[in-house]
Design a protein. Structure first.
Ligand SMILES: [Zn+2]
Lengths: 276, 313
């Protein structure tokens, strides 16, 4: 089992997945026994569909002892545009998730190798990128640069945080600029893309990894497929904007099952950071 | 007058029509003078109290000067350079080298197109990845030859299409941001008309961000915002207000550095005057930035973006 040890999460912070004994797979329609699904890391046993899991789950799954020395956890969004209902929506998502914002980051080890690890969380405003996410990602990058240890960012994002207007857009520039400095100092950055990663995140740090890993079947792209379909008015190709499609078109390095993600990271980190 | 009017300009047209009718009639000179003064007052009142949506309309005005209209006045000896050296030439982005007075500069601009034929050729100013890669290729050449870069932004957004996604629209935008952050020459960005989201930002990371008085710059179009938020694209006026996308808003948020004034009624009312204002601003900033050593330029550029964002701690 991978919900274990040092996860600080309260029980209700666990997966906000369908409750009840049985769960229907979104993709193949198979009815799955919840306990089995959990044991299988929320991967459909029939079609390999990767159910969406949250940032705490990834901490448990990927980090040694499921431990993250979390930094800057109190950063909170403001409402610079005075946008209708924004404050309330933030409060609702904070209550729902127990998170202050849609990303956590901190120090950890993976296979004994020290890293800076950041994970976004789709439950919080659909992983949309506002000022807090941009700032925390920027600080994660700076932390990796200062300590000269590899950076891993696990992304999931539906797009921009519309309610923060231009500030949301500028986070793309901010995080990409920080990554340019990280690259100058030759510190490795591994980007992990999960379902979905779109728009601003994909068009900044999501696509800037030295190595880019995608979970199988994740929706990845700049423009969402609904908008593309409306624009071109024809059916989209089979598997369009899925991880495997991006692999085929040369946009990601690896498509890795959730089950193998930790081992793959350990292998890569060992090769890159222990060069003999 | 230019024949294309926006709804909020109706009172002005009506008054000007009246003046036209009176012309040639004996003994009404005094009346004409009075009406003309009234028209001027009316214009000032209307154009100095524009709503955000009205500015969106001006930014998208069919007669608004496009990048090439401005370039032909502002620069000399423009040599257009084509293609990304990888896939094709994207006509939504115009790039090249030119003289700005006596300074050699590199130009990267989005061009929407004027008539239907040109609009189609230029894909309405919506670049594919090739457009962004062409821009980057030319900007890297600028770095090699130590020439300042001037970018002109005017796009509804990056093109949402199958080919664009297949060839890495996200990657192309991300790499431009990444590379421009440390480009060792001055980058001056001019938001000319529409600054549409990531597709605009890919050419808008720079040392100075200038914006025409009636240009807009936003994370999402008012229509897109309204359809996501209220499932109703026709509530674009409300969305424009909510998004705070005008030059005045962005100056207040300290996202842009300077507003370049439009002639009364918008940039299209007097393109030469608009271009003159632009040239003045560009020259001033180019000269200032050329004084700064590359290392300092880059570090203050990055600091500028590090400071963008509003949060509590
Ligand atoms: Zn399934």
């Amino acid at each position: 089992m991978w919900f274990k040890k040092k996860v600080e999460a309260k029980p209700e912070e666990k997966l906000k997945l369908p409750t009840g004994l049985w769960v229907k797979c979104d993709t193949c329609g198979e009815i799955l026994y919840r306990k089995e699904l959990e044991k299988n890391l929320w991967i459909c046993t029939k079609c390999n569909f990767h159910f969406r899991i949250n940032c705490r789950n990834y901490i448990s799954l990927l980090l040694d002892d499921a431990a993250l020395d979390e930094q800057d956890k109190d950063l909170e969004a403001l409402d610079p545009l005075g946008f209708q209902d924004y404050k309330k929506k933030l409060r609702d998502d904070q209550e729902k998730t127990g998170l202050k914002e849609g990303v956590v980051y901190g120090f950890a080890t993976i296979g004994g190798i020290g890293v800076v690890f950041a994970a976004m969380d789709f439950r919080f405003r659909g992983g949309s990128m506002g000022s807090v996410i941009g700032e925390k990602i920027a600080r994660a990058i700076r932390a990796a640069r200062e300590k000269k240890i590899p950076l891993i960012i696990l992304s999931t994002s539906g797009g921009a945080r519309m309610q923060e207007g231009i500030f949301s857009l500028m986070q793309m520039a901010k995080t990409s600029a920080e990554l340019a400095l990280l690259a100058q100092d030759k510190v490795p950055y591994i980007s992990i893309l999960t379902n979905p990663t779109l728009a601003g995140v994909m068009a900044s740090y999501g696509s800037l990894g030295d190595i880019i890993i995608a979970e199988p079947g994740a929706e990845l792209g700049f423009t969402g497929s609904r908008v593309i379909q409306q624009t071109i008015g024809e059916k989209l190709p089979e598997g369009f904007q899925r991880s495997e499609f991006l692999l085929e078109h040369g946009m990601v390095d690896l498509v890795v099952s959730r089950k193998d993600l930790r081992n793959t990271l350990i292998k890569i980190l060992t090769i890159i950071s222990k060069r003999g | 007058m230019n024949g294309i009017w926006l709804d909020f300009e109706r009172p002005i047209i009506e008054l000007e029509k009246k003046i036209e009718e009176l012309k040639g009639i004996d003994g009404v000179e005094e009346e004409i003078t009075r009406l003309k003064a009234q028209a001027e007052k009316l214009k000032k009142r209307i154009y100095s109290n524009l709503s955000r949506w009205q500015r969106v309309q001006l930014a998208r005005h069919p007669r608004r000067p496009l990048a090439l209209d401005i370039l032909s006045v502002v620069t000399n000896d423009f040599v257009e350079l084509h293609g990304d050296r990888r896939f094709r030439d994207d006509w939504a982005v115009v790039s090249g080298i030119a003289k700005l007075d006596n300074v050699s500069v590199t130009i990267v601009a989005q061009q929407k197109g004027r008539d239907t034929k040109e609009k189609i050729k230029r894909n309405f100013g919506m670049p594919h990845p090739e457009g962004y890669r062409k821009a980057l290729r030319v900007m890297k050449m600028a770095a090699k030859f130590n020439m300042p870069v001037i970018t002109m932004v005017d796009t509804p957004g990056a093109y949402p299409g199958v080919g664009a996604e297949e060839r890495g629209q996200s990657e192309a935008i991300a790499v431009n941001l990444f590379e421009c952050a440390t480009l060792p020459v001055p980058i001056i960005v001019l938001i000319l008309g529409e600054g549409g989201s990531g597709g605009a930002l890919a050419l808008a990371l720079g040392d100075r961000i200038l914006m025409l008085e009636n240009a807009i710059y936003s994370v999402i179009s008012p229509e897109g915002c309204a359809s996501i938020l209220w499932r109703d694209a026709s509530r674009n006026k409300e969305a424009a207000e909510a998004l705070r996308l005008t030059a005045q808003d962005l100056a207040q948020f300290r996202i842009i550095d300077e507003i370049i004034p439009d002639p009364v009624g918008g940039a299209h009312m007097d393109i030469d005057k608009t271009a003159k204002n632009i040239k003045e601003a560009l020259l001033k900033h180019v000269q200032q930035l050329l004084e700064i050593p590359a290392e300092e330029l880059i570090s203050s550029r990055i600091k500028k973006y590090q400071n963008m964002g509003v949060y509590s701690e």
